[in-house]
Design a binder for this molecule. Sequence first.
Ligand SMILES: [Fe+2]
Length: 157
Amino acid sequence: MTGEDGHWIWDPALDTGIAEIDAQHRRIVDYINELGDAIGAGDGAAIAATLHDLVDYTLTHFSFEERLMARARYPAFEEHRALHEHFQQEVRDWRERFQRGEDVAAEVRAELRTWLLRHIQVEDHKYAPWVRASLEQGQIEKGWLAKTLDRLFGEGA
Ligand SMILES: [Fe+2]
């Protein structure tokens, strides 16, 4: 859903029921909206900073997701990881173009949104029941979860 200000409004139907994952997805949406604001304002410094944070956070989120799936022994883990890796290649291309001085912000914002929406709807919803069951059954321990979040996201987790 898109608000009048062009912001992406999170649809609760996209929730996976895994609190940490849902919080991270919402945070990515916030970054995408911030990037939209920076583009709208034509603020080059804000665009560069937000783009950096958005990409950085999204890649860290992928790592977290992959660790969760591995821990839950999700059978289609390799397929899911391959999708992340493929997307990471695109991100690296954007980064290179950005560093060469190309104006990629609007493209990144639009494509990340489209990709993410589809990825969450289809792929993340496939692993969600496995991870939820592993959390419920204690196969993924709270201590491990806290340590992993801290290691990847640090204070901002
Ligand atoms: Fe994913």
